[in-house]
Design a protein around this ligand. Structure first.
Ligand code: FDA
Length: 393
């Protein structure tokens, strides 16, 4: 006699990936249970993008993701692309706009995206404030104990996200489930996260808190041109968040403070126009005034421009175009937007996200060793991997 399961599919984690996967599986007629220990579904969607959810990116492609296997994302992204998600958003008449660099945001609140996904999941049994007590293999499926209630399922989807922002429900459970089933997990660390500095660096960085400027950041051979922000704790802003995914402890960080400006040419022209002008005053027209003052003090740059030789000017500009700092760490999972590393892509089918060694067990979203750049790529991975699994359940 065929086994009678409580559900065809149980999805663990009602975040971005879990909601999408459950909706797609139930749309094909599967009996789906979606569980989460949080009070509400999609909490990270709610707080994302400053409350407006940067839900995808128009330029999304495999090169916007970090993974041990850079090809792994291709199949899922091709099957369900940024344009497919945009079509869904438009079907629900959610107004959106491109902010910058292809990043698409809601005009209104990000809760519109949660409402849309919950509506898509109308046939899913959603149980919130439910604990996942234990998981084990049962004949042709899995036995899952949820808040004390034992249930069985043919398919089990792990969509419990990463470790970032434990206050919002992140628990790292997905990695433990993988390990319990002997599925390899690549080392994890916080990513898209502000960088911190030793006290002697912080002493000049912290007073600049609030100062922002366009900059070019390079670490480990990777480069980003975006805004840099000084904070009381160190450096942040999109440029830092992006480079944090590539920077590793001990690496220097190269900062071009004026990537779009030929500082040497501009300062030479300023000297030609008025040799009695202070170097700091001229520099304050090229970078934020507070930063110019701090840099002049740190680099002993003072006096009339007329007294500055070409060599001295060029040396100063070289330092501003190539400031080298050594971060000591990151702000950690407390503020990191995502977790780098995770369930090894070697262990999963790139078409369905199913484990190669444990048939019926799937991993989707952030728990997988796939991390997007800043700019809507992480949600796109949640949608694409959710669909890849959901459509085959
Ligand atoms: P997600 O974290 O969304 O969901 C996991 C779910 O599992 C949660 O609901 C959690 O409660 C549940 N869970 C975890 N452990 C459990 C347990 N033990 N028992 C039961 N349930 C459990 N990305 C982007 O593309 N654009 C953006 O604008 C932003 N903005 C942003 C802002 C901030 C502040 C953060 C922290 C992150 C972002 N991100 C983002 C990243 C994005 O939020 C993230 O990549 C996705 O939410 C990942 O989706 P998942 O469904 O994999 O995990």
């Amino acid at each position: 006699m065929a086994e009678v399961f409580s559900f065809d599919t149980i999805v663990l984690g009602a975040g971005a990936a879990g909601l999408m996967c459950a909706a797609r599986a139930s749309a094909k007629g599967a009996r789906v249970l979606l569980v989460d220990h949080a009070k509400r579904a999609g909490e990270k969607i709610r707080i994302s993008g400053g409350g407006r959810c940067n839900f995808t990116n128009m330029h999304c492609g495999a090169n916007n993701f970090i993974s041990d296997n850079p090809h792994f994302v291709k199949s899922a992204l091709a099957r369900y692309s940024q344009w497919d998600f945009l079509e869904l958003v438009e079907r629900y008449k959610i107004a959106w706009h491109e902010k910058t660099l292809g990043q698409l945001f809601c005009d209104g609140k990000s809760t519109q995206i949660i409402d849309m996904l919950v509506s898509e999941a109308k046939n899913v049994d959603i149980r919130l404030e439910t604990s996942i007590d234990s998981i084990s293999r049962a004949d042709a499926g899995f036995r899952v104990v949820l808040s004390g209630t034992p249930l069985t399922t043919r398919h089990l989807v792990v969509a419990t996200g990463g470790k970032s922002i434990p206050k919002m429900g992140a628990s790292g459970l997905g990695y433990r489930i993988a390990e319990d089933f002997d599925i390899p997990v690549t080392p994890t660390r916080p990513a898209l996260v502000p960088l911190t500095f030793a006290p002697q660096e912080l002493a000049w960085i912290a007073p600049l808190a609030g100062t922002a400027l366009p900059a070019r950041l390079t670490a480990n051979g990777t480069q980003f041109d975006e805004a840099l922000l000084f904070t009381h704790r160190g450096l942040s802003g999109p440029a830092i968040l992006q480079i944090s995914s590539f920077w590793q402890e001990g690496d220097p960080l190269h900062i071009n403070l004026a990537p779009q400006t030929d500082l040497f040419g501009a300062l030479k022209a300023a000297r030609h126009t008025n040799g009695r002008r202070q170097i700091g005053t001229a520099l304050a027209e090229l970078v934020p005034a507070k930063l110019a003052a701090t840099l002049c003090e740190r680099l002993n740059a003072s006096g009339n421009m007329g007294d500055w030789s070409d060599k001295r000017l060029s040396d100063l500009c070289a330092q501003l175009h190539g400031l080298v700092l050594k971060p000591v760490g990151t702000e950690g999972y407390r503020t990191a937007e995502v977790t780098l590393g995770g369930v090894s892509t070697d262990a999963l089918s790139s078409k369905t996200m199913e484990s190669k060694s444990v048939p019926g067990l799937f991993f989707i979203g952030e728990v997988v060793d796939v991390t997007g750049w800043l700019g809507g790529f992480n949600f796109q991975w949640a949608w694409s991997s959710g669909v890849a699994a959901g459509d085959c359940l």
